[in-house]
Design a binder for this molecule. Structure first.
Ligand SMILES: [Cu+2]
Length: 164
């Protein structure tokens, strides 16, 4: 019973999150949905994309660009589509590329976009509840050190179609 309730809550949260969005990204018609730039209180989000699932893997990533008028940090991320979302960085560990949690969040300096891309900083999704399918949208909540919280919808894009 508990499992069913949790599932239902996630579904309701997902619906609520979509409903709260301003509707810019709600066009489900095309295979390749573009993320429309969002500006809110000095923070600008552009080119957000979630990578479509590869096979049955339970992990994926979200990428995008963040600009801020004042120094800020992205400190929290979450989505109803995964049991855990984390900010990650790639490091070169003696010639071996590894990723790990980005401690302290992602710094955003004014005048310089902070870019999350495959092979670089990214939002890691772990424990996907369902496959991410190209052309669909997923909800994402971004929490900033300045206190601003943004609920957005991110298009799912196949890795072949991602612009890096
Ligand atoms: Cu990662």
């Amino acid at each position: 019973m508990k499992i069913i309730l949790i599932g239902l809550t996630a579904a309701l949260m997902s619906v609520a999150s979509f409903a709260m969005n301003n509707g810019h990204n709600m066009d489900h018609g095309g295979q390749h949905i573009q993320f429309k730039r969002i500006e809110s209180n000095g923070i600008t989000l552009s080119n957000f994309q979630a990578r479509a699932s590869i096979g049955r893997t339970k992990n994926s990533g979200i990428y995008g660009e963040i600009r801020a008028v004042k120094p800020d940090r992205l400190i929290g991320v979450s989505t109803s589509f995964a049991s855990m979302a984390e900010l990650h960085e790639h490091i070169n560990d003696d010639g071996v590329m590894r990723m790990r949690k980005k401690e302290g969040g992602l710094v955003i300096n004014p005048g310089q976009p902070t870019v999350m891309r495959p092979g670089g900083h990214h939002i890691m999704l772990m424990g996907l509840h369902k496959q991410l399918i190209a052309g669909e949208m997923i909800d994402l909540t971004l929490e900033f050190d300045s206190g601003q919280i943004l609920d957005i919808s991110v298009p799912v894009v196949s890795i072949k179609k991602m612009h890096h």
